[in-house]
Ligand binder design. Structure first.
Ligand code: NDP
Length: 403
């Protein structure tokens, strides 16, 4: 049905490639490309070993739109799944525009020199994508991604009016390392060291970053997983959800962090290792956070000994038939199980599976359109159905407690 180019062969790229291979009726030909050939080739070899199938691989510097255009012209995909880094979003979108190929990603564009999370740069492609007759699907991971689809599903099927949304992301797993991040360390640390923000009654309100005095946190019980300290954090899906969920009064995002992670992060921040500007070292220009990334474990290497579960979901309150109502929509994912299936940990899995499903929706012609769309703007039902089939089953329970 569709030739698919996947760019990025890290933790998430590994999962996307293997899940696409497992759905070869939709993804008929796959090319996995990354900055260097070694990572895609390793994944290709595992695919041969575990799944008995073959994929193509390529090296591409996706910071350079011209290289992406050349690769697209050579491989001729119908869709590009971008699971490289947020810095590459715009050059890959440019290449899709030039060649008339659909685009999908899991994280919004970030400029390298300032840690800023907003969709403005990608939304600015709306007219050009529409004119070209192609589709850009933004944020098809778990959060953003599945969490947006949960909200769209609630809006379509469970509520007349949604008043509040709390997105709650818990990793109750343990990788056994003193300090590691579950997705790209540079991107992860840029995100979690920012001031927290939530949206209420039409306004963004700011609170201190998770490692500073005054950060907002509370103990939340994640059904089936346990009770964990959960910190208010800014997360990009809120920006599109405030536009696309009608009548919304408040939206917040919470993530669990253990004391060991917070202590390491606080020290790294205090000694300057999370800086994103260049410093002079022995006549060389070094960005401390990039150097730190180079010495931290790769997210794709964490899977082997990872135990425990993730629990990510949305608590939604509103009204149905004139009565107050609350629900909790969530997924629980087990690190050891995902390792058994795709040799990857649950954070990569919960991101990679929805990226594959989003691309499946486009290739099957279920999600159609011309222009740039956030994932909650499409029909959530077929995506929700695939989540149950592809390894991320969801539950919905009544939840009347207010947070
Ligand atoms: P990794 O660091 O494991 O992998 C990133 C991959 O991109 C590597 O293969 C890397 O190659 C490649 N890459 C980096 N720069 C370039 C470039 N210029 N050209 C081509 N390839 C490049 O990260 P993850 O797999 O953990 O994360 C991938 C993406 O998924 C990130 O954007 C992250 O923000 C997003 N994400 C989204 C989530 C969600 O729920 N929405 C959750 C988790 C992650 P090399 O290592 O050789 O540089």
């Amino acid at each position: 049905m569709g030739r698919t180019l996947i760019i990025g062969a890290g933790g998430v790229g590994n999962v996307v490639a293997k899940k696409c291979v497992m759905n070869s009726d939709v993804f008929t030909e796959i090319c996995l490309a990354s900055r260097t050939l070694a990572k895609p080739n390793n994944i290709r070899d595992e695919i041969r070993q575990y799944l008995g199938k073959d994929i193509q691989t390529a090296a591409v510097d996706a910071d350079d739109a011209k290289q992406v255009v050349e690769l697209i012209k050579k491989f001729k995909p119908e869709i590009v799944i971008n699971v490289a880094l947020p810095y590459q979003d715009l050059p890959i979108m440019d290449a899709c525009l030039e060649t008339g190929v659909h685009y999908l990603d899991t994280a919004n564009y970030e400029p390298r020199d300032v840690a800023k999370f907003e969709y403005s740069w990608q939304w600015a492609y709306q007219e050009r994508f529409a004119k070209k007759g192609i589709l850009a699907v933004l944020g098809s991971g778990f959060d953003p991604g599945v969490t947006n689809v949960y909200c769209a599903y609630a809006q379509k099927n469970l509520f007349d009016t949604i008043r509040t949304i709390d997105i709650l992301d818990c990793n109750a797993g343990s990788h056994g390392k003193a300090f590691a991040t579950n997705f790209n360390p540079e991107i992860n640390i840029r995100e979690v060291t920012q001031p927290a923000r939530y949206w209420e009654k039409g306004q963004w309100r700011e609170t201190p970053p998770i490692i500073e005095e005054g950060s907002v946190h509370f103990l939340h019980e994640y059904p089936g997983v346990g009770t964990y300290d959960s910190y208010l954090l800014y997360h990009e899906e809120m920006e599109s959800l405030v536009k696309n969920i009608r009548g919304l009064e408040r939206i917040r995002f919470w993530m669990t962090f253990g004391q060991q992670y917070l202590t390491h992060l606080r020290v790294l921040q205090n000694v300057g290792m999370t800086r994103i500007d260049e410093v002079d070292y022995d006549g060389c220009k070094v960005v401390p956070l990039k150097f730190l990334k180079a010495v931290l474990p790769e997210p794709s290497s964490l899977g082997k000994n990872y135990i425990g579960k993730t629990h990510i979901g949305c608590v939604i309150h509103g009204q149905k038939n004139g009565k107050d109502k609350g629900v909790y929509l969530f997924n629980i994912c087990d690190h050891a199980e995902t390792y058994k299936e795709v040799q990857g940990q649950a954070i990569s899995y919960t991101t990679g599976v929805p990226a594959m499903i989003g691309a499946m929706m486009v290739l099957r012609g279920i999600w159609k359109g011309q222009g740039v769309f956030n994932i909650e703007q499409f029909d959530p039902d077929p995506f929700m159905e695939q989540l149950n089939k592809q390894g991320l089953p969801w539950k919905v329970i009544d939840y009347n407690k207010s947070l």
